[in-house]
Design a protein around this ligand. Sequence first.
Ligand SMILES: Cc1ncc(COP(=O)(O)O)c(C=O)c1O
Length: 425
Amino acid sequence: MAVLEKLTSQQAIDLENKYGAHNYHPLPVVLNKGEGVYVWDVEGKKYYDFLSAYSAVNQGHCHPKIVGAMVNQAQTLTLTSRAFYNDKLGEYEKFVSEFFGFDKLLPMNTGAEAVETALKICRKWAYEKKGIPENEAQIIVCENNFHGRTTTIISFSNDPVARKNFGPYTAGFIKIEYDNLEALEQALESNKNVAGFLVEPIQGEAGVYVPSEDYLSKAKALCEKYGVLFIADEVQTGIARTGRLLATCGNCSCSDKNCSNEPEVKPDILILGKALSGGAYPVSAVLANDPIMEVIRPGNHGSTFGGNPVAAAVAIAALEVVRDEKLAENAFELGELFRSELNKYIENSSIVNLVRGKGLLNAIVINDSEESETAWNICVALKENGLLAKPTHGNIIRFAPPLVMNKEQLLECVSIITKTLQEFE
Ligand SMILES: Cc1ncc(COP(=O)(O)O)c(C=O)c1O
């Protein structure tokens, strides 16, 4: 069989199984086209995408403005490396820094790289600005975190599947319970060498755990009290996903009317990825103000592709789409509607315990054990009924559609979901 022939789903799956490392367990569906909130499989069946590539495709599949910017730039100049300047990077850095209200940006490609970058900046700041003795810096992280897959990042994961047999692990991390301010204060108090606190504003991969309303603002206040950096990993929650431009939404330039309803938290270091490019291209970034970012000097950190002209053009277009199409506002309104519709169903359900989330980052908890197959089987049935979603862990299914969805589409999705759940009651 020539590889260029049009493949059936089974043939494509067989090829991946034979020639690809088995580092994922995908739902058995093979996609070859996407547009807005929809994707199509190779047999031509149409689905609602309710995962958005783990919240990377917030702006919808193949958004013409983003694709247009990418094609245009790709035909002009793709990569210079940072050995030379290019005419896009500065424009991009200015645009994004002003968009989120920071002095400077450090460009990377993937979320995990951006997290690594933030950790390095935090450590260097600790030694050069805070005066922590060399090699003694500690960074506080939360249990059940997900920040990516590098050896350092999995060193402070408590997911055995992500960690086991990848040691020896990187030292310098203190793990505390998520959404527990006492634990945070105790860790800060009992260790004078804490440099930073790394936190997800909502724990996405862990199962969309939304912390208490004042957790982030009080955690930030504690960080200020003890002189440590508050590092927000908004790789998944950022770029309008949770109904605000950022889940922390501190001092940003968005016109988001929901900002005033919740305490603002301005991170010292902000980590972005995924939807920074609308899913068109790997683009990530770390933002901070000068007193922090200035610790990075030539040779300290870098990436051949980080800050390339295509990434810069794509990310500017992706953020313009978020702003111009009011995606934060749409995610806020549709999120409220989604949870209220599902709550109506849950009142009389024996298979779903609850729905939780913010904006269009939501999850349902299935009334079965973590080890059961029920959530997976529901996702397979959802696929049969035209909607793609995936369990996060065990008995939790995440629902995160593109933010360009409209109300009619959302209500159709709710009816697909409730009809499917009924098959399991
Ligand atoms: C909060 C968070 N941080 C970091 C990452 C890692 O991003 P990437 O897969 O692009 O390395 C993810 C990915 O899901 C994430 O959800």
